[in-house]
Design a protein around this ligand. Sequence first.
Ligand SMILES: Nc1nc2c(ncn2[C@@H]2O[C@H](COP(=O)(O)OP(=O)(O)OP(=O)(O)O)[C@@H](O)[C@H]2O)c(=O)[nH]1
Ligand SMILES: [Mg+2]
Length: 498
Amino acid sequence: MSGPLSASVATLCDQMAGRTGPEAGGQLRQISDRLGEPLRVAIAGRLKAGKSTLVNALIGRRVAPTAVGECTRVVTRFRYGAADRVDVVVRDGRRHSLPLDDDGMIPQRLGVPAGRVAYVDVTLTSEKLRDLTVVDTPGLASTDGTVSARAEEAAGVSGAPFDADIDADSVSEVAAAEAVVYVFTQAVRADDRRALDAFRDASARLASSPINALGVFGKVDTLVGGAGDPWPVAGPLAEQQAGLLARTVSDVVPVVGLLAETAEAGRLTDADRAALRELAGMPVGELRLMLASVDLFRSRPGPVGAEQRERLLRRLDLYGIGFALAQLAADPRLSTGELVRRLGEASGFPRLRHTLDQAFRWRADAIKAGWALGRLERMAGHARDERDREALRDAVERLLRNPAYHRLRLLDAAQRVATGAVPLPDGWEAELTRLATSEDPRWILRLPQAGAEELAAAAMAAANRWRVYAVAGAGPAQSRVAQVAHRGFHLLAQQVRR
Ligand SMILES: Nc1nc2c(ncn2[C@@H]2O[C@H](COP(=O)(O)OP(=O)(O)OP(=O)(O)O)[C@@H](O)[C@H]2O)c(=O)[nH]1
Ligand SMILES: [Mg+2]
């Protein structure tokens, strides 16, 4: 399922692999294999931020342990496969296979001390993984915790905010991700920002930037007390956070991860619905008391037993329970399926999914092709055999002459602008970002109704503006960016005329 850019780089790698020496050939085949895989997204964030819960929601199955007291200690990769299977990859490269446990989850005991595990490789038959590989990571330590010197050396980074016992193999497994979702709760703190910066340095294949990083404001249901509606607070807060993090993430999406997991993984049963229905029949004043706190929910007299109440708390927490009760009070005949659908909507997850699709999956092709070209360029510089080096250099140059590859240059330019490395006036920056991150000319040019002729004219006008800016505008860095944008709009004009 790879896009046109990665496909042509893969073809190139395969062709070259037949012509170069065995060492370069092996590396080329590795790059090519990797290009055929789905985009990898790493989920990062502080301890107990709700990362694994979100991973389960993305997979659509509850496979990653999230219970109280169970923290993720090793990097875990979830990818699509023909059968469910858990492979523990040990630091020496050996693999031990394990079955999922009785609940269909990764067993807590891996049979190998966590310190010897490089990462856990989980393949699942989940359809949702067909075009997205998800990497769950251990919680980031506060900024004083750093990777061991050995790990830093291996990953070529320093000051990455992992716990000291995270080893080099885990770090490089995270570093293999092309995109990052950073989960935080409450307001972003200064050390969150440092942690995210360091994580991106350790992880992003492209230079780190808003192009391949997304923020998730998690557990928003805990922002307000009891079963109160968090959204009036969560929305504006997330927007503020997005402003603060504009140079780091493309957007900040608020979610109730727990509800997303429950809805996406189908964890609510008819029996749960029946229990909720009974609770919904209680006198309003009594219900209000019950939903005021977790302790009160457990201890107030009422129709549903203690065990069932715990079940509901674990799946919905107070906001979810209150939301479900309100739905059932308004329509007592609501089916379990419809209730789950509404809970999913209330979790904010659909927006996260949509943003992931927009922001990452569409860019996946360019992100991966860019990564592969970077690898090829490095090989062209370092391959042992002189002839291999030359052949690789030629091949990369030929590829880059293809107009389609201009998108990589655009993405690179947009990234430098988005991170603040090359400052541009606001309007110009926004226009460049639209051009680099979309293929919809109407959206790029902000002419939703326009026909081909009008779009072509607007693209040419934009191309000219950028050319003028490149010549007369600002410093040399801006000028280089402007030239890339100029050519991009020129190509866009040709594309809409065709
Ligand atoms: N109320 C509420 N609880 C949540 C939410 N998301 C996760 N939790 C709970 O928070 C606890 C921690 O969640 P995890 O998903 O394990 O967090 P994590 O970031 O993976 O934790 P570590 O791997 O230990 O760093 C679990 O008990 C979850 O059920 C949420 O949106 N709302
Ligand atoms: Mg976890």
